[in-house]
Design a protein around this ligand. Structure first.
Ligand SMILES: NC(=O)c1ccc[n+]([C@@H]2O[C@H](COP(=O)([O-])OP(=O)(O)OC[C@H]3O[C@@H](n4cnc5c(N)ncnc54)[C@H](OP(=O)(O)O)[C@@H]3O)[C@@H](O)[C@H]2O)c1
Length: 311
């Protein structure tokens, strides 16, 4: 099996490389963005024509935080539409037998029921701060579904919850909550600070999946004879931001005080995926949050020493 992993240098892509490197019979086909810019239709088509992969996983995307999404909505919409359209169309044209497209839980409506089932897609308005990104991802997922319906190709999608793990982005302003906390508590410990001020009340609940569990779920989905068009991938359980913060503090060895600045926004009270469909099919996440954060902190330290910390 010749497997093309698009976006293999990203957090998800590198977890997929780790997972499929030990898959018997899999030969990995990898291109950096410099070697193959997936927004370029001709280049993508030529690549698929020449290499003829059997299977493709689309883990490449233009990803960013609230600020970047708000400032550059055209870039997020265009790049993600182009990546999805080019990869899916070229895969179809050049005989890819199976394609897995990565969506995201942020493409469900802002006021979706909790936990969020797969069929709440397109039932209400999106979260305005990442609307451009979400619309492009919804288009990608619908493209995969439409090619499957019209052409009979086995193209389908996975919808992961919030991910964390090796290779995460630790940008001080532009990173997700878990890597941001790891960086802040690590730096506070290093500087000997007595207090860290956390945003909001700490009461919102969020779900976190280790990226190696996601990669394992992708391998599982690619083995199903008749996978759903899209399926949620999460742990099925959530924690409060306060619990998460205290866990990160403990893992990093920060022994000072945690203060809560309740004047800062909390965001939506709960965001949890309904993972019952995937559980019924026979897959569950294995990594506990405390262990996963411990491993991620170890990777953070190693990446920092090697000078390869992102952000
Ligand atoms: N991280 C999460 O919490 C999360 C949660 C749910 C879903 N997902 C989904 O998982 C996928 C991957 O996310 P991630 O967290 O791994 O992001 P990431 O770490 O930023 O990785 C994205 C990868 O895509 C590559 N890329 C971007 N534009 C490209 C282009 N035009 N041509 C070729 N490659 C390009 C990037 O290359 P460069 O390194 O050169 O920029 C990078 O290697 C996305 O679809 C995202 O929606 C992520």
């Amino acid at each position: 099996m010749k497997l093309f992993i698009a976006g293999h240098q990203g957090m998800v892509g590198s977890a997929l490389v780790r997972r499929f490197a030990r898959e018997p019979g899999a030969s990995l086909l990898l291109r950096t963005r410099q070697e193959l810019d997936l927004t370029q239709q001709f280049a993508v088509d030529s690549f698929f024509a020449a290499e003829k992969p059997d299977v493709a996983i689309v883990a490449a995307a233009k990803v960013g935080g609230i600020q970047a999404n708000a400032t550059y909505p055209a870039d997020f919409l265009f790049a993600n539409l182009a990546i999805a359209a080019n990869a899916i169309h070229a895969a179809y044209r050049h005989g890819v037998k199976r394609l897995l497209f990565l969506g995201s839980s942020c493409i469900y409506p802002k006021h979706a029921p909790q936990p969020m089932p797969e069929d709440c897609l397109l039932t209400g308005p999106l979260e305005p701060t990442n609307e451009a990104y979400a619309i492009a991802k919804i288009a990608g997922l619908k493209l995969a579904q439409s090619y499957r319906k019209q052409h009979g190709v086995l193209f389908h999608s996975a919808m992961p919850t919030n991910l964390y793990g090796p290779g995460d982005n630790y940008h001080p302003e532009n990173s997700h909550v878990l890597p941001a906390l790891i960086r802040r508590f690590h730096e506070a410990k290093e500087a000997g600070r007595a207090e860290v001020v956390a945003w909001g009340t700490g009461t919102p609940r969020r779900e976190f999946l280790h990226v190696d569990d996601l990669a394992d779920a992708c391998a599982f989905l690619l083995r199903l004879a008749n996978p759903p068009d899209w399926i949620n991938v999460g742990t099925g359980s959530d924690v409060t931001i306060k619990e998460l913060t205290e866990t990160v503090a403990a893992v990093t060895g920060f022994t000072g005080r945690i203060a809560w600045d309740a004047t800062k926004p909390d965001g939506t009270p709960r965001k949890l995926l309904d993972v019952s469909r995937l559980a019924t099919l026979g897959w569950r996440a294995r990594t506990g949050l405390r262990d996963g954060i411990g491993q991620t902190y170890a990777s953070f330290l190693a990446e920092k020493v090697a000078g390869g910390l992102r952000g």
